[in-house]
Design a binder for this molecule. Structure first.
Ligand code: MN3
Length: 380
C-alpha cells in the first residue's frame, strides 16, 4: 500500500486527493492544514491518521481537543518540516497556498521523498533550488497543476530532446476580452466567479488577473527545462485542452478531459497507472466547438510581469510572486482595487533589484522585500 502525506488537506486539491486515496487504497499517514482545525480533525478521524499539523499556532488547542491524545499535533513551519521528513512515505502531496510551500518541498526532497506538487509558488520562487536538489537526490516531482500534468502526459513515450516547445493553455478567466476600463471597478465577488474551475480564493483571483498563467509559465520552465521562447500561451475557453506539446516534426500532442482536477491529481499520485477516476466522461460532440484566442498582455499586466521576471532570472520570479501574494491579500481584504494588483506586481518587478539564488535565504529575502514593498505602497 502506497503511503502518502498531504499538506493543504482541507483545500480544494487536498479534499479531492483524499477522495482519490480512498478510492485507490493509498494510506494517509499525515495531514496538514492552514487553519481549519475542525475539518482537519474530521479528516484525521475518518482516516485514522496519527500525525496532523495546523499551520496557525493559535489553533493548536482547538485541534488537540478535537483529535484527542492518540494523535500527534504539530504546528507552524516546524510541523510542516517534520511531516516532510517522515520516514517510509512514498509521496508527499504539497497543495498549500503560496510561498510557505517552498521549505516543506525542499525538506521532502532532502529526505528522498517523491513530491506531487500542486503548490506552484514553490517552483516559481525557488525553482532552481527545487529542481537541482531533486536531480541530486534522484527524487521525482509529479506535477498536479492541470496544464503541467497535461504536458507531462504528452511527454510520455517521446524523446525530450526532440521537443520543440509547448502550448500552455489558459481559460482566460472571468474577464476574458475585457479592457482595463471595464475592469476599473470590479469587486471581489466578480473576480471570484471563474467560468470553468472551482478553486481556492487566492488562485481564483490569480486566474482573473492571469497572474496564474504567468506563474504557470515559470513553473513550466523549471519542470520541463524550457526556455521562455519555447512556450506559447493560447486561450482555450472551455478548459478541455489542458495543454499540448510540439515536437520537431511539427506534430502537436494535446491532453484533453473535462475540467476536473481529480484527473491530474490521480495521475500524479498513481503514475504511471491510468485507472478508473471519479470524473465525467469527456464528450467532444456535446461541446460541439472548442474556441481559441490570444491572451491580452496589455490588460493583464501580471502575465507580462511574470514572463519578464523569468527572462531576467535570479530572484525576479520570487519578487513578482511575493508582490502578488501581498497584493491579492489586500484586494481580498477590500484595501485595493482589482487593477492595482497588476500595477503593484509590475512596480515591484521594476524597482526591486534581483540577485542570483544561491540559498533558500535568498528566495525568502526576495519574497519579504516584495511583500514589504507592496505593503508600503498600499499604506503610504
Ligand atoms: Mn493550472
Amino acid at each position: 500500500m502506497k503511503k502518502i502525506t498531504i499538506l493543504g488537506s482541507t483545500g480544494s486539491i487536498g479534499t479531492q486527493a483524499i477522495e482519490i486515496c480512498d478510492k485507490h487504497g493509498l494510506e494517509i499517514v499525515a495531514l496538514a492544514a492552514n487553519s481549519n482545525a475542525k475539518m482537519l480533525a474530521e479528516q484525521a478521524k475518518t482516516h485514522n491518521v496519527e500525525t496532523v499539523c495546523i499551520y496557525c499556532e493559535e489553533k493548536r488547542a482547538e485541534l488537540e481537543a478535537l483529535v484527542g491524545s492518540d494523535v500527534k499535533v504539530l504546528t507552524g513551519m516546524d510541523g510542516l518540516k517534520e511531516i516532510a521528513s517522515m520516514d517510509g512515505v512514498d509521496i508527499m502531496l504539497n497543495s498549500v497556498v503560496g510561498m510557505v510551500g517552498l521549505v516543506p518541498t525542499l525538506t521532502a526532497i532532502e529526505h528522498g521523498t517523491d513530491n506531487a506538487l500542486a503548490n506552484k509558488e514553490t517552483l516559481v520562487a525557488g525553482g532552481k533550488l527545487v529542481i537541482n536538489s531533486a536531480k541530486a537526490k534522484g527524487v521525482k516531482i509529479y506535477p498536479v497543476d492541470s496544464e503541467h500534468s497535461a504536458i507531462f502526459q504528452c511527454l510520455q513515450g517521446n524523446k525530450k530532446e526532440q521537443l520543440k516547445g509547448i502550448i500552455l493553455t489558459a481559460s482566460g478567466g472571468p474577464f476574458y476580452q475585457k479592457t482595463k476600463k471595464d475592469l476599473e471597478n470590479v469587486g471581489v465577488e466578480q473576480a471570484l466567479a471563474h467560468p470553468n474551475w472551482s478553486m481556492g480564493r487566492k488562485i481564483t483571483i490569480d486566474s482573473a488577473t492571469l497572474m496564474n498563467k504567468g506563474l504557470e509559465f515559470i513553473e513550466a520552465i523549471w519542470l520541463f527545462d524550457l526556455k521562455p521562447e519555447q512556450i506559447e500561451i493560447v486561450v482555450q475557453r472551455e478548459s478541455v485542452i489542458h495543454s499540448a506539446v510540439e515536437y520537431m516534426d511539427n506534430s502537436v500532442i494535446a491532453q484533453m478531459g473535462v475540467p476536473d482536477m481529480k484527473i491530474p491529481i490521480q495521475y500524479a499520485l498513481l503514475y504511471p497507472d491510468r485507472v478508473d477516476c471519479p470524473t465525467k466522461h469527456l464528450s467532444l460532440a456535446d461541446y460541439g466547438t472548442l474556441s481559441f484566442g490570444k491572451p491580452d498582455y496589455e490588460t493583464f499586466d501580471c502575465l507580462t510581469a511574470c514572463i519578464k521576471a523569468i527572462s531576467i532570472g535570479g530572484t525576479k520570479p520570487a519578487i513578482v510572486n511575493g508582490a502578488n501574494e501581498a497584493a491579492v491579500a489586500a484586494f481580498l481584504d477590500g484595501k485595493i482595487k482589482f487593477l492595482r494588483i497588476g500595477e503593484l506586481v509590475t512596480q515591484a518587478l521594476e524597482n526591486i533589484k534581483e540577485k542570483e539564488i544561491t540559498s533558500v535565504q535568498d528566495v525568502l529575502d526576495a519574497d519579504k522585500a516584495a511583500r514589504d514593498y507592496v505593503r508600503a505602497k498600499i499604506e503610504g
